[in-house]
Design a protein around this ligand. Structure first.
Ligand code: FES
Length: 159
């Protein structure tokens, strides 16, 4: 059966927020790159962190994936801007799926966004071992971190 996308998905898909790249980034940038084994879609999330208060001051994404994955990452970037790392690390894919009214078959697309932000935070921690670390566990469904080199730096948000 043909599925119609919810208007919120279409809005984020047509006007994705915070598309872009911070390049390799200095120490205050964390990069997360995750892939969904089921469909091969790939998402890159980058966060810029103010080390004074562990707050995300800027965020960019690039997603090679379906409309739901693009919408999930776009919404995620809106959500995390201004959050502390601890708050951002607590975001669950179910919140994203609920906001975007994703159908069950598209839940893994929102999972990509949860894994993407966690991956970005853990990359930031790796670069800043002295930062106050927050526990990123919880889902048990972490997707494999893939090589940053596999994603062209200047690729468009959607393929
Ligand atoms: Fe795989 Fe959406 S179909 S991320």
């Amino acid at each position: 059966a043909r599925r119609s996308y919810h208007e919120k998905v279409l809005d984020h898909y047509n006007n994705p927020r915070n598309v872009g790249s911070m390049g390799k980034g200095s120490d205050d940038v964390g990069t997360g790159l995750v892939g969904a084994p089921a469909c091969g879609d790939v998402m890159k999330i980058q966060i810029k962190v103010d080390p004074q208060n562990d707050t995300i001051t800027d965020v960019k994404f690039k997603t090679f994936g379906c409309g739901s994955a693009i919408a999930s990452s776009s919404y995620l970037t809106e959500l995390v801007k201004g959050m502390t790392l601890e708050q951002a690390g607590r975001i669950r894919n179910t919140e994203i799926a609920k906001e975007l009214c994703l159908p069950p078959v598209k839940l893994h697309c929102s999972m990509l966004a949860e894994d993407g932000i966690k991956s970005a935070i853990s990359n930031y921690y790796k670069k800043n071992p002295k930062a106050k670390q927050t526990d990123l566990g919880g889902t048990g469904a972490a997707m494999p971190q893939i090589e940053v080199e596999k994603l062209p730096a200047d690729a468009p948000a959607s393929a």
